[in-house]
Ligand binder design. Sequence first.
Ligand SMILES: O=P(O)(O)OC[C@H]1O[C@H](OP(=O)(O)OP(=O)(O)O)[C@H](O)[C@@H]1O
Ligand SMILES: NC(=O)CC[C@H](N)C(=O)O
Ligand code: SF4
Ligand SMILES: [Mg+2]
Length: 589
Amino acid sequence: MPDVAARIGAIPTAGSELSDDPGPRDACGVFGVWAPGEDVANLAYYGLYALQHRGQEAAGIAVGDGRTVVVFKELGLVAQVFDEITLSSLSGHVAVGHTRYSTTGSSTWENAQPSYRTASFGGPIALGHNGNLTNIVELARGLGAGRDRLRATTDSDLITAMLADHPGPTLADAAMAVLPRLAGAFSLVFSDASTLYAARDPHGIHPLVLGRLDDHPDGAWIVASETAALDIVGATFVREVQPGEMIVIDAAGVRSRTFAQADPHGCLFEYVYLARPDTAIAGRSVHATRVDVGRQLAREAPVEADLVIPVPQSGVPAAVGYAEQSGIPFGEGLVKNSYVGRTFIQPSQTIRQRGIRLKLNPLRDVIEGRRLVVVDDSIVRGNTQRALVRMLREAGAAEVHIRISSPPVRWPCFYGIDFATRDELIASDAGVEEIRASLGADSLAYVSLEGLVAASHQPAESLCRACFDGVYPVPLTESDKLGKHRLEPMAGAQTTADMIAEAMRREVTLGMNGGDPSPDGHDDVDLADDVGLADGAGLADGADPVSRAVDGPPTRGENGRAPVPGLDPPSAAERRGAHRPEPAGARPA
Ligand SMILES: O=P(O)(O)OC[C@H]1O[C@H](OP(=O)(O)OP(=O)(O)O)[C@H](O)[C@@H]1O
Ligand SMILES: NC(=O)CC[C@H](N)C(=O)O
Ligand code: SF4
Ligand SMILES: [Mg+2]
């Protein structure tokens, strides 16, 4: 191992090459670690555990040892995917990890990340991606037949394929040529067998931070979606990866390169829901932001009531702020089953709805006869509030006043949140009074967009607010409207070109989560009907029917019911190949 001690502390600012400026010391889940002498697989495991809230469908870790890269990935939660035996078989000095929440491509093993390719200039590439690209059909066209040999249908795998296709001669050269061609949101961690890379789109839509493991003789670096993951692995926050910046970490130290001019538009919804409260984005605590929004909500939408109750988990800080500002006592009126994860980011409507009832149960003695202010961070499809109002009334609430600490979500997100089609969003066409009536609440109010932005302490023009105001910072193309399954074979199309032509001809508009026809629908069958996907039609040769192009996790088979988030271990079918680390790429592509 070359002596890298001299480089420790030389943390480059964006765009610099090994600058001596120490930089500030003081935004799917991605996690990268470069730490010779450390158990990098274990660090990645803990990092991913800390980022579980960003993606619950699949998890994976790729480890490089200077010679090769081994990837282990599987459908399921981090703790279901990895055990001690698996982790101990992953040894090396560089690791890339990912927790997936699907936005392009179904929830299948092939689409789990890190994605893997062998570079045409030699050597392995493993990549984890948070975000969503908006020009994937164009990029897929560019790749042509090369992509068609592969079963992964994510935008993320396209990036890996483009890097692998580039003549090089190094991965850094390939990345500097490929990254400027990507449009949309991408916070990336990727590696070859020796070097860790991190890159963030020019808009910096989703967060990505650099941290350092202290007291490490050879230098040890972490890249993560959120600062909370740095805390959990004992790393010190160094700085954010800047929009349009690529960071390279190897035995020669840390280097920064700029691949595009920054035009910051950080995701406002990170402050509302996506990020952990114990994370800081652009120096601002997410928790403090949420409490402030709650206070603002109380100023904007006061109501006479006996008790403020939060909707666990993400509604808690805003409820604290609402109670503080209004003087109405705060109380726990709903018990959350901590073994049930997030419901909104589940990939199908059926699982989301079942999850809410399993997750939240009213405390009758607290709420009976009381006038309640029920505070939540957001209403998207309306699943949670619809179920809650019913539960609270059944449990004897005298009045139910819903207060929401974000404005109505009226527009789909194309940058990495599965907000689906406009049809699915309860607020897309309805006014507040209509929504109140449909939920059955006594009153309903949302915080203003101005109030939310002010609490973030960010200038409005440096935030993406598109799901609230419909102003998209990255222009969309017609092909973006083709939906989550746009790289999947449909109606018998066998090639990318056929698939695009067929989708365009049919004018299929599926949205990000084309599997969900409506908030009350049952998606899987309907999607197949919508896109003319006959059973097994259009599958790649040898594709497992469990993984076919229908959204939602594979069905169980044993008892016919869908898996329950956080409760069911992965089925035998889901875990095919599990606990069998294999050189990446060994599976048929
Ligand atoms: O209107 P909907 O479509 O129901 O979506 C909005 C709800 O989903 C999220 O909760 P979730 O259960 O995902 O996670 P949490 O535990 O972090 O609150 C969010 O906090 C809202 O409660
Ligand atoms: N939520 C995300 O960041 C998703 C990453 C990528 N678009 C995928 O679908 O796998
Ligand atoms: S549209 Fe909404 S959820 Fe998507 S990136 Fe913009 S602010 Fe975030
Ligand atoms: Mg919630």
